[in-house]
Design a protein. Structure first.
Length: 459
């Protein structure tokens, strides 16, 4: 999977404070994370999140079963995977020494969640103990992107080092569809990006090293989605991984064989989802994906981006999509039209808000939209509305452990409090935003730039 997790800015009638935005994949069958802008200095002191509190999957198991099959038996490019592959027995993970300071702690927390929530027998080992099943190596972004230009991080099979990957990258050994039992997998992450991006890469790439290799724009509750609203593994993701490593599923099983055991398996693992059936899945139109990639991917001229996003909205409507894909189309249009048509941008964000609140009430998607709407309110001098919107968004941003989003919401909130003359409260909220900003944005320069741009919103 290739993903982006970033918050680019544009001050116009309001601020384009984005969620996570995908760009076009360079290598379709290499699970990667799309690149975000570089932040090039060492981390200052920062706040960090504690234990995750994921929301349990809320959809029927019959629907989750369809998602499981599409995640496990199709590559992102659309190539079918003939058999399920996974590790067998205890799984070891090692990190090559020399990585960023926050990586070790975030990796330990992730492995603890995988043991507790997904029931996977996985543990960390020292790198000098020999090749682990999953090896995590960090390197400068520029060096990594000389080989895989658009990836922020990625995972490959049958190697345990960057040197091995470089010598094997054009061979059939890199083909995930040829695997039955996974034995060695390498995860590559840049070492010169914000701590949050490193953590997000750990969650996504280690999860793909263990299980599904596809992602689906229709999913509202998963990191396996190129809309990138979710940064850490969700309750849905942990259920999928728990099923992946259950005794009922074995490496080498076909799609039909897995489909036969999934209903009983999911009902056992997730009793709350036993009621209800699966609505017919509406496939994602290729034209819609192409429009989204043109709107948000590299190589597109600025003047063409908003037109491509508008085309994505139209395609989604024509295909009768009323789910996360239509909402994401509106969200992209809102961001990309902000500098040229603020009224259209506001309408697009409001349309996205209505859909997201219907399909994922109180979720991180709504928090991202509320951040955009709060920026509009602050710019218009409506400090009370900005406070209401940021207050509503903060719990979801905290649950999602998105420090960049949390920091930006707090910055907007501090400006709104100051506009109301509540200076002491504003100072305290601003200090809180700085602690999260150091984790989310990475450098003092990047954090200072965000502060300046948010401050410019206030009349």
């Amino acid at each position: 999977m290739i993903r982006v997790s970033l918050l680019p800015l544009c001050v116009a009638a309001a601020l384009a404070l984005s969620a996570c935005v995908p760009s076009a994949p360079a290598v379709r069958d290499m699970p990667e994370r799309r690149a975000a802008p570089a932040m090039d200095r060492a981390m200052p002191m920062m706040n960090q999140f504690g234990a995750a509190q994921p929301t349990p999957p809320m959809r029927p198991n019959a629907e989750i079963a369809v998602d499981f099959l599409d995640l496990a038996f199709v590559m992102e490019s659309g190539r079918p995977i003939p058999q399920l592959s996974r590790f067998e027995g205890p799984i070891t993970v090692s990190a090559v020494p020399g990585g960023p300071a926050t990586l070790s702690q975030d990796l330990d927390r992730l492995l603890g969640r995988l043991r507790q929530e997904a029931g996977i027998d996985i543990r960390r080992v020292a790198h000098d103990e020999g090749p682990a099943n999953i090896t995590i190596e960090t390197l400068p972004r520029a060096r990594m992107q000389r080989i895989v230009p658009e990836a922020a991080c990625f995972v490959v099979p049958r190697v345990s080092s960057w040197a091995e990957f470089r010598s094997s990258r054009n061979s059939r050994a890199m083909d995930w569809t040829t695997l039955v039992t996974r034995e060695r997998v390498a995860v590559f992450i840049p070492n010169d990006v914000p701590p949050q991006e490193i953590r997000d890469c750990l969650h996504e790439e280690v999860a793909q090293a263990l299980g599904p290799l596809n992602d689906l724009y229709r999913l509202p509750d998963s990191v396996f989605n190129d809309d990138n609203f979710h940064a850490i593994l969700t309750g849905f993701d942990m259920l999928v991984l728990r099923a992946y490593y259950s005794d009922a599923i074995r490496p080498g099983m076909t799609r039909a064989q897995v489909a036969a055991v999934l209903p009983d398996l999911l009902n056992r693992l997730n009793p709350r989802g036993a009621q209800g059936g699966a609505a017919p899945v509406q496939p994602t139109p290729r034209a819609w994906t192409a429009a989204i990639e043109e709107a948000l991917g590299p190589g597109t001229r600025d003047g063409q981006r908003s037109a491509a996003a508008a085309r994505a909205v139209a395609i989604a409507r024509q295909a009768n999509l009323s789910d996360a894909r239509l909402a994401f189309s509106h969200f992209a249009l809102g961001r990309l039209s902000l500098a040229t048509d603020s009224e259209a941008s506001l309408r697009a964000f409001q349309a996205a808000a209505g859909i997201f609140e219907r399909i994922a009430p109180g979720g991180v998607q709504s928090a991202h939209v509320d951040m955009q709407l709060a920026a509009f309110a602050l710019s218009a001098g409506n400090a009370g509305v900005a406070l209401e919107l940021t207050g509503r968004a903060l719990p979801a941003a905290t649950r999602a452990q998105n420090a960049a989003l949390l920091s930006t919401l707090l910055m907007i909130r501090a400006e709104a409090l100051e506009a109301q003359g509540r200076l002491s409260e504003a100072r305290q909220v601003l200090l809180d935003s700085l602690g999260w900003g150091r984790y989310g944005f990475g450098t003092s320069a990047a954090l200072g730039a965000r502060l300046t741009e948010v401050a410019a919103l206030s009349p």
